[in-house]
Design a protein around this ligand. Structure first.
Ligand code: TYD
Length: 423
């Protein structure tokens, strides 16, 4: 098997199309030149920029240098972040690293930019070396870049999404895998005669013996009106950019049977439901949800984000309704033996603010009608749970703009993901 794997970056590890296209369009606008069609824009991904400006826009070397300067004017502050790690890549790198395989990047992107991108997405920690054109180096051929990182006496594989990557493999005497999920056309890649053809990242994982990795289970908790939905949306987007396949769900609900239970337990009618029935219904919905959705989805490698989970039962039914805590814990142990959250984001909001947001929202459900003393107990309850479970529950200040809160949530989640990745 291979003991060294060298990756191309754009179109292989990350889908950098959005940022690159936007920056080429910006450059052409600035230089009053006609825009390119999408097929031509795609060809900018991979080779050194100046080369592409010369090949596809008919620029001479000096004009191409100027174009590169305009390009960087947008790329440096914004463009490089308009990028997404392909799902599966992170698990693959982690697996190869654990197996002691030497890993490197050989990219047409300037070396410093490649380093910045790989650092930001947390991929550089898997790499033994990164090679890209150095400052002022206009043409760097793929074979030269590969030679810069290729260790002696190894069985190496070059993975890339363009014919240039495959050719780089041939020129340096190593095997190649054509990554069809990127930007090169299938025809051009097959014509270059790669050793292996991988239609998807999953095919490459199979080729390199990487097993499917279990995804993390993340729950969101907090008093009603704390802004969970907005924050879960923002976290989902960020996780996708970082290459984590996400599955979103909620409690009570998340699958047909549990959604039916939700209608009963959150009905706007009082109906005289006693607290024990309420707690058992939440636990019953949870049992179904864990078995039918949460366990299978995490097993498939999804990061599952769930709006509320068992902590809500402990807080709302145990502390809010003042049922016995031991009893609420017991029925929930019956509901799910495995499937506890790996981490819980607790959004903490000052009481007046959550009241204001709650009053501004639509018709209250049965739980929202429970009254002030009940909500005071739930607020205290969440803090108590956080103090008892410092490793799992991460309190996040939910005061401020959505973006400010999102940044706090991301820092907390990213730290946990990195910790899990290293374990
Ligand atoms: P929902 O409309 O989803 O509100 P929110 O956006 O605040 O989560 O309603 C869920 C309600 O159910 C919420 O008031 C909390 C309550 N709940 C419990 O009391 N126990 C539980 O176990 C769960 C999951 C939710």
């Amino acid at each position: 098997m291979y003991n060294a794997v060298i990756f191309d970056l754009d179109g292989t590890l990350t889908d950098s199309g959005e940022g690159i296209f936007n920056c080429v369009r910006y450059t052409l606008d600035k230089m009053n030149r006609p825009q390119l069609d999408d097929a031509t824009l795609r060809r900018f991904i991979g080779p050194p920029l100046a080369e592409s400006f010369m090949n596809y826009c008919g620029m001479d070397e000096d004009t191409a240098r100027e174009a590169t300067r305009f390009y960087r004017e947008r790329y440096v502050p914004i463009g490089w972040k308009e990028n997404t790690v392909y799902p599966g890549i992170r698990a693959l790198l982690r697996h190869l690293k654990k197996q002691g395989v030497y890993l490197a990047v050989a990219t047409g992107k300037p070396q410093t930019t490649a380093q910045t991108v790989l650092d930001y997405f947390g991929l550089s920690e898997y790499m033994d070396q990164i090679a890209g054109p150095m400052a002022g180096e206009l043409h760097a051929n793929k074979a030269d870049l590969i030679r810069r990182v290729l260790p002696d006496n190894c069985k190496a594989l070059m993975v890339g999404d363009t014919a240039g990557d495959v050719k780089g493999g041939h020129d340096t005497g190593i095997d190649s895998a054509a990554a069809l999920w990127g930007y090169g056309t299938e025809e051009s890649l097959l014509n270059a005669k790669p050793t292996h053809v991988c239609k998807t990242v999953s095919d490459l994982m199979t080729l390199l013996g990487c097993p499917q990795e279990k995804g993390l289970f993340i729950t969101f908790e907090g008093v009603d009106g704390c802004g969970k939905t907005t924050q879960m949306n923002l976290l989902e987007k960020q996780l996708i950019h970082f290459g984590y396949p996400v599955y979103r769900t909620r409690e009570p609900g998340g699958c047909p049977i549990a959604e039916d239970i939700r209608k009963i337990v959150l009905s706007q009618e009082d109906g005289g439901m006693c607290s024990e029935t309420e707690a058992l219904l939440f636990a019953a919905a949870r049992a179904q949800h864990v078995k039918q959705v949460i366990l299978p989805k995490t097993k498939e490698g999804h990061t599952v984000i769930c709006d509320r989970f068992v902590d809500s039962s402990l807080v709302y039914q145990g502390m809010g309704r003042e049922l016995s805590m031991d009893w609420v814990k017991l029925i929930n142990r019956i509901a799910f033996e495995s499937g506890a959250p790996d981490m819980t984001v607790l959004l903490r909001l000052p009481r007046e603010e959550s009241l204001r947001r709650r009053n501004a929202s639509s018709t209250p459900d049965r739980i929202e009608k429970a009254g002030d003393a009940f909500f005071a107990r739930t607020e205290k309850g969440f803090d108590q749970l956080a103090a008892e479970n410092p490793d799992r529950i991460i309190p996040v200040d939910a005061h401020g703009t959505p973006d400010e809160v999102a940044e706090r949530v991301w820092q907390a989640v990213w730290a946990k993901l990195k910790e899990a990745a290293l374990s």
